[in-house]
Design a protein. Sequence first.
Length: 347
Amino acid sequence: MSSIASALNRLRAGTLYPPVELIWSSHPSWPFSNPHTQATTPRRLRISVLDSSFNPPTLAHFALADAPTPALASAEYDAKLLLLSVRNADKQLKPTDATYAQRVEMMVELANDLQDAQSSQNSGLAVAIIDEPTFVGKSRLLQDFFKGRSQRVEGQEQSSSSSCGVQLTFLLGHDTLERLFSSKYYGDSETKMYQALRGFFSPPILESSSDNISRDEKEHGAAALPDTGGDGSVIVCARRNPSSYPNVSLPAPDTAMHESAKSSDDSSLQSLTKAVSEFLKSFSLPSSSITMIDIGEDAWRISSSEIREKVKKVGEGNTREAGVKRPWETMVSRRIQRYIVDHRLYK
């Protein structure tokens, strides 16, 4: 844990830019081509990012990270990143919470679980920490991080896909998508929210056709965007309504979200559906910017907070019948279960 503590201290010191620390990776050249695998045609790397508090990692986290790319995607992810922010826009550490160092250790255990489950070794895995509370900020900082890493990775040929850029796919739960489209996190300004999200979703200018970004936009309307355009990041969100199982994904996010809202009385879901649809239309962003997927009802119902409560209720003096799992133990992997017990977490 000492190396993790050192990484956390470096991040908190504020001397790193970008403020990202890679803690663990499945191979040294991650996220670029593993030198032991066959090279592919140069193109943008597709990296999935599961950013969460991991307090603790659950089978829902596993299901999201292990989910394939949406049905319309051309190929699998090239790499997968488990990301922890040491600054959360909503949550402050409680005395009974796992420390950041403990969460990172559990994230590595989750990465090992994912490695065991991978049918292909082409998707490299990594665990990292970042000092940034917002998704928009994380997207920008990760883009800078990967640009720098492409120059530092030993033995990496710059003619490969490392020079073609990165497309980040953020894997979210439904509640997190609601926060992404809440003006509360943008100074209570809807205008600032739209500007920030436009930078998050819009493709880099060099990759944008004239149909996507007009000449007038480039010359006069890009105050909300850097000169290089947006990050070109996309969202894959786990659908909260289980009625649509076993569909994997739907091509148009507004249609997918509308169907979820229609089968639910949740007014906040309907409000979110409207906000997302209006945003995508306002900036002529592709429907693939936000895709809904199903991860299965068993995973969909799991929450970290419920696990913490169940562990707390067990109590130190309680014992269990041999061979019978406590309720919370069915919500995490064996590695995470063992870590929670060994470190006496959430008591």
